[in-house]
Design a protein around this ligand. Structure first.
Ligand code: ZN
Length: 359
């Protein structure tokens, strides 16, 4: 235990002394220089520069010993204050800083279509302009995931109430904690009066190009430009905006286009489905959802939203003198359809006051 405390104390001290130069400088580059690049994590320890491998030294912030990988086995990673810097612990008690390489994802991810003032930021990009498929690395050995709120799904990604519900709803109590799904940068933290139905909403942009939306929050504790880690508390759930009760409205989007978040997360189990996700263009249809085969999704994506069988059912209360034929005519349907919807025979006697479904 003493040893662990010594390591942690040393890490904190060394972190302050050492990390600042490299990482804050590098962070600065990430945000300021337009042709620079963003995050890439390489799991191969051997290829990383070892900066303070001797974890036993107490104030050994200058000590640079020989690289020990190849002998020592990495057993765990620790976060530091800097999202771009982790500490890798080895089984022989040594450790080293693991700097997240910034040579992989274009800075364009952080500058293109970046707006803190609006919920959506890719309004000029149409689905047809997107690639047929794109492979997204969701997690790796240093980047984790987190279910934004553990709870029951109360509404899914689908066409409902004559509008596309482009996310899922997770039931909660007002004030419940909401967590960032992946590492990323808060693009927008907008109050309900600026967002229409979303209420108080947070949008986080992730290094792989994904964006996650967190709607109806009661309040948030991050702001645009903040770097967040997967699992970091970002706000509290509520019922702001177009909402009939406290819940989290959670969306996953790529280049502004929403797809079923259940393709990424198994919300019932609280797990990620795959570490790498192949996002296909037809997923962007509101009729395409998790659980379909590729062909089913493709077929569904070609349908108009209103023909999906969604939408709310419509009822009619039988009045004196009504017949199925009259009701059918009045509601633009057929006797056959009415019989199907209500399990009736075509010669059924209708009692006044009975509610029958007409759509
Ligand atoms: Zn919703």
């Amino acid at each position: 235990m003493k040893k662990i405390l010594a390591i942690i104390a040393c890490l904190l001290f060394a972190n302050i002394c050492h990390a600042q130069d490299n990482f804050f400088q590098r962070l600065k580059n990430v945000f300021v220089v337009h042709d620079t690049v963003y995050i890439y994590v390489n799991d191969s320890i051997g290829e990383e520069e070892a900066e303070l491998p001797d974890g036993d030294g107490e104030d050994d912030e200058e000590g640079v010993a020989e690289q020990t990988s190849g002998i020592a086995v990495p057993i765990d990673t620790l976060d530091t204050q800097d999202i771009f810097c982790k500490v890798v612990l080895f089984d022989n008690g040594t450790w080293l800083y693991y700097h997240i390489d910034t040579d992989f994802i274009p800075y364009a991810m952080l500058s293109d279509h970046w707006t803190a003032e609006k919920v959506h930021s890719y309004n000029d990009i149409a689905v047809k302009d997107l690639p047929d498929s794109v492979q997204l690395i969701l997690v790796d050995s240093l980047h984790r995931y987190c279910i934004p709120h553990p709870g029951q799904i109360t509404s899914r990604y689908k066409y409902r109430w004559k509008r596309a519900h482009k996310g899922i709803d997770i039931g909660l109590h007002t004030g419940d904690a909401i967590y960032a799904a992946f590492d990323g940068i808060v693009r927008a933290a907008l109050p309900a009066n600026l967002t229409g139905g979303y209420g108080n909403v947070l949008v986080i942009r992730h290094p792989n190009g994904l964006e996650t939306y967190y709607g109806h929050l009661t309040r948030f504790i991050v702001k645009s430009g903040d770097i967040v880690k997967a699992g970091e508390l970002i706000g509290y759930g509520g019922s702001t905006g177009r909402s009939t009760g406290p819940h989290l409205h959670f969306e996953t989007r790529y280049m502004g286009q929403a797809f079923d978040p259940e393709r990424i997360f198994d919300f019932d189990r609280g797990t990620l489905r795959e570490e790498t996700f192949m996002l296909k263009k037809h997923y962007f249809s509101i009729n395409s959802h998790y659980g379909q085969t590729d062909q089913q999704s493709l077929n569904a994506s070609k349908k108009k939203p209103s023909s999906s069988g969604g939408g709310s059912p419509k009822y009619y209360t039988v009045k004196k003198g009504d017949t199925l034929a009259k009701i059918a005519k009045r509601n633009g349907t057929t006797v056959k359809k009415l019989c199907q919807l209500n399990g009736l025979k075509s010669n059924a006697v209708l009692s006044v006051g009975k509610r029958i479904r007409v759509k």
